[in-house]
Design a protein. Structure first.
Length: 180
């Protein structure tokens, strides 16, 4: 059965088609939620809420992007909303104390695993973590990130530049990066 047929059946509230779509995407979307939430129970909750929302809003899916990309956006929004709902307290950094780190010439050592880089990203302050993660891991551009996080494109670029600089320093401390 083609995916477009499954989606059309889901639009008609076909439970078997919904289960087929769920089985096809649940593991990948769980990993997306885990990158944000770092807790399996929370990620499972967000995953369930995301699928419920997706099936409720499936009539809005027009096929302009893949279903997976459409669903991934829902999972990311739900993950960020979950974190905000937990009222994650962050301390506002004083911009005047921060130094913009230019993107120098640096590369990751050959033996470094993706898991190590993702761990370093998760160690970034929340203000920078989401922008870096959405840009480097999820592949969103500045406009999309600005919309998702409800920040200006300029703030997005600034946070990405600073977040990448901090990421570089974290990786240097862990001896994963070479170069200046």
């Amino acid at each position: 059965m083609f995916q477009i047929d499954i989606i059309e059946q889901c639009k008609n509230n076909d439970r078997r088609a919904q289960m087929a779509l769920y089985k096809q995407y649940c593991q990948a979307m769980f990993y997306v939620a885990m990158r944000y939430l770092k807790n399996e129970d929370d990620a499972e909750d967000v995953l369930q809420e995301s699928f419920i929302k997706a099936f409720q809003k499936i009539h809005q899916f027009k096929g302009e992007v893949s279903f997976g990309a459409w669903l991934k956006k829902i999972v990311i929004h739900k993950s960020i909303d979950f974190i905000k709902a937990k009222q994650l307290k962050t301390v506002e950094l004083q911009e005047s104390y921060m130094q913009v780190v230019e993107d120098g010439d640096w590369s990751v050592e050959d033996g470094v695993r993706v898991k190590q880089v993702l761990q370093a990203i998760s160690d970034l302050p929340v203000k920078y973590r989401f922008v870096v993660q959405l840009f480097l891991v999820e592949g969103y551009d500045h406009g999309e990130i600005s919309n998702i996080l409800k920040i200006t494109p300029t703030a997005c670029r600034t946070r990405l530049l600073r977040g990448k600089g901090q990421l570089k320093e974290l990786l240097k401390k862990k001896k994963y990066v070479t170069g200046s």
